[in-house]
Design a protein around this ligand. Structure first.
Ligand code: MRU
Length: 348
């Protein structure tokens, strides 16, 4: 698999707006470059956004390390604010920035004025966050794989794969791990209108690894479930509230409702960095709304009348009672076990 993000004396991001046609990397030398890439969805997916933002902080710390300490501190505050505001829903962004901020404050409060050394420590922390993400996905894959049986056909939505993380993936990581256990698993990928993460990214990513994948229109999911073609649904998450309510790509909620109607298990796979215990329930999660142009044109051609009214919320919230299991790198929280189990997993 190609790397979603890589460090080469600067951050290089696989440009996900160009897939599946071109494999091209965008170089970021500043926090502002990284914030722009997150906004433009050059890098997307909750864990990958967190890793990229951590590198954004490290890039700015290096850039400003020649300045007087007080100016450095002011510049860094601006850098954190710019990165934090790049996208609102995925909590991994705030989580990664929180880790970088604690390290920075710890160093500065200890009176460390050797700013190039502080910058070096921040870069090491960004590498650590990225490497931990890959390990977490592999551990999560191990737990989740036990829920999938040989021969199952699994529906996924959006892209919760290697492309959305530092590697291996969350929902697709569970599938990869089940296949590594010797199970035959095939995947249905919903195309994920309007941005087409399912068709442009998930179908491409799985085909790179020779994992059997069938692309479907999002609106075909109910029919496939009704004819008995889907054995399980597994998705990623952008923010999981303390009660287990889960924000993920728009369209996830309707799949969970359909899955319940058809008696199909519905699983969420996400690292504990996606669990936000400070958010009590899903109704407190901010849902990003993106530009109307994503809805009103397709492949550069207008597909809706000029001046049509639109709404383009790009995430929705699936209530906890529709989720059979939340799979993390530290274990699984089954339906009805949160929030106690989620608290134990996050702090364990
Ligand atoms: O708008 P995107 O592409 O960033 O949305 C991504 C998703 O909704 C993913 O399912 C989620 O971030 C989990 S990724 C492991």
């Amino acid at each position: 698999m190609v790397s979603t993000l890589r460090w080469s004396d600067g951050l290089e991001l696989l440009d996900q707006t160009k897939l599946p046609h071109d494999i091209a990397y965008v170089r970021c030398n500043t926090g502002s470059d990284v914030a722009g890439a997150i906004k433009a969805m050059i890098v997307r997916g909750a864990p990958a956004i967190g890793c990229a933002a951590a590198y954004g902080v490290a890039l700015d710390a290096r850039r400003f390390s020649d300045e007087a300490p007080q100016h450095f501190d002011e510049r860094m505050e601006n850098s954190f604010a710019l990165l934090a505001n790049s996208r609102p829903t995925a909590v991994n962004l705030a989580w990664a920035l929180g880790r970088m901020k604690s390290l920075l404050y710890h160093e500065r409060n200890a009176g460390k004025d050797d700013l190039s050394k502080v910058a070096k420590l921040l870069l090491e922390e960004a590498h650590r966050i990225t490497n931990e993400d890959i390990s977490a996905n592999k551990a999560m894959g191990g737990y989740g794989a036990d829920l999938l049986k040989d021969g199952q056909r699994v529906l996924t939505h959006c892209n919760a794969g290697a492309l959305a993380t530092a590697g291996h993936g969350t929902a697709l990581g569970v599938i990869r791990s089940a296949i590594a256990q010797g199970k035959k698993i095939s995947v249905y990928a919903g195309e994920t209108r309007p941005w087409l993460q399912g068709s442009r990214l998930t179908a491409w990513e799985l085909m790179q690894d020779n994992i059997p994948v069938t692309l479907i229109a999002d609106v075909a999911a109910g029919y496939l479930m009704s004819e008995g073609s889907i054995d399980a649904v597994i998705v990623g998450a952008d923010r999981i509230a303390a009660n287990g309510d889960t924000a993920n790509k728009i369209g996830t909620y309707q799949l969970a409702v359909l899955a319940e109607k058809h008696g199909i298990p519905f699983y969420v796979a996400a690292p504990t960095s996606t669990v936000d215990l400070s958010t009590p329930s899903g109704r407190h999660i901010v849902i990003e709304e993106r530009d109307a142009a994503e809805l009103t044109s397709f492949a550069g051609r207008r597909t809706a009348p000029e001046n049509v009214q639109t709404r383009n919320p790009v995430f929705d919230v699936t209530p906890a009672d529709l989720i059979d299991a939340i799979i993390t790198e530290k274990g699984i929280s089954m339906k009805g076990d949160h929030p106690a189990r989620l608290v134990a997993l996050v702090s364990g």
